[in-house]
Design a binder for this molecule. Structure first.
Ligand SMILES: [Zn+2]
Length: 318
């Protein structure tokens, strides 16, 4: 081997070393990037899994569109991002949280849009767990997202916790923290309210999605890309250990009554009476489909009992 060839070989080896070192550094940086599971709320055939529905907006569609863009932006920033659903499918709340666990998520972020019976509520709000490290992580992450949403003009209704019969009131949070994953629900705005809707329509959902991505990124930067670990919080579904919150008003143990006292026959058919006094008989299957529409709230019948008969019939095509 000539001296020149020898020098060339040494130079080549050194270059390989430098490149190798660069790539291992790169791998180190990547290893610090967070694993985030986004949960586009609701989903399922037709209006059954719609969530809030105020034409032309159907919540499940909006949730999915926002989540998809947040995913793309967070991936571009170097994070690993999963979504609990990649199409219009129905999933229960434990399936969503279990999926987040299966992919090793550091955070579970459930994407929603709000609505209220009288259409008079407005603003952005985030729900988090009431327990220890889950609460502090959710509080910091939630505030980071809300500060971006208020910059668009939405009013902040804050980062909040809510207690139910079995611990945290909201099912996705209850299940998420049971797997040790800090979990929040982002309610971007009230899509049925004139104030919020004007902002949503003038900005467009992509601007809201970008606000989420920036809020999440700012939070991750604040913790150096490493989300603090929190211990799982066990719960017993249906227990009363957590205190009042979403307590049943009547006879949960009565087989001939629903939770809020609607008459139920031996086949499970329910005679529903709405707040205006109109009544209808739902079959057991129809009743369960209706409960499924509000299962995300942790107390579906409490929401269902506020609805007019005509609205419920439309929801299930009766
Ligand atoms: Zn929702």
């Amino acid at each position: 081997m000539s001296i020149t060839a020898y020098r060339r070989m040494v130079k080549g080896a050194l270059t390989a070393l430098v490149i190798g070192a660069f790539f291992s550094l790169f791998v180190c940086v990547r290893a610090q990037a967070a694993v985030i599971c986004l949960d586009p709320g609701h989903g399922g055939i037709g209006t059954t899994g719609a969530g809030a529905f105020y034409p032309p907006y159907m919540e499940k569609v909006l949730n999915f569109a926002v989540a998809s863009q947040v995913k793309a932006e967070l991936e571009q920033a170097g994070n690993t991002v999963y979504m609990t659903r990649n199409g219009d499918v129905s999933l229960d709340l434990d399936q969503r949280a279990a999926y987040a666990k299966s992919v090793g998520a550091d955070l579970l972020i459930s994407i929603h849009f709000n609505s209220s019976g009288a259409h008079d509520k407005y603003g952005s709000e985030v729900w988090t767990s009431m327990y220890g490290g889950h609460r502090s992580t959710g509080y910091a992450l939630g505030n980071s997202i809300i500060s971006q949403l208020t910059a668009l003009g939405f009013v902040s209704k804050g980062v909040k916790t809510k207690m139910g019969n079995s611990g945290d009131y909201y099912g996705i949070i209850r299940h998420g923290v049971s797997y040790g994953i800090p979990t929040i629900i982002v309610e971007h705005c009230f899509m049925d309210n004139v104030i919020d809707r004007a902002i949503l329509e003038s900005k467009g959902y992509t601007v809201l999605a970008h606000a989420d991505a920036v809020g999440i990124t700012n939070y991750l930067n604040s913790v150096g890309g490493v989300v603090p670990k929190s211990d799982p919080v066990a719960f017993v579904e249906g227990s009363t250990a957590g205190g009042a919150g979403a307590a049943s008003s009547t006879t949960a143990s009565d087989p001939y009554r629903t939770k809020y006292g609607f008459a139920k026959d031996a086949l499970g058919n329910v005679t529903y009476v709405d707040p205006a006094g109109n009544s209808v008989v739902f079959t057991a299957a129809e009743w369960n489909r209706l409960l499924g529409s509000w299962s995300y709230t942790g107390d579906p019948e409490a929401c269902l009992k506020q609805q007019a008969v005509t609205v419920l019939k439309t929801l299930i095509g009766k």
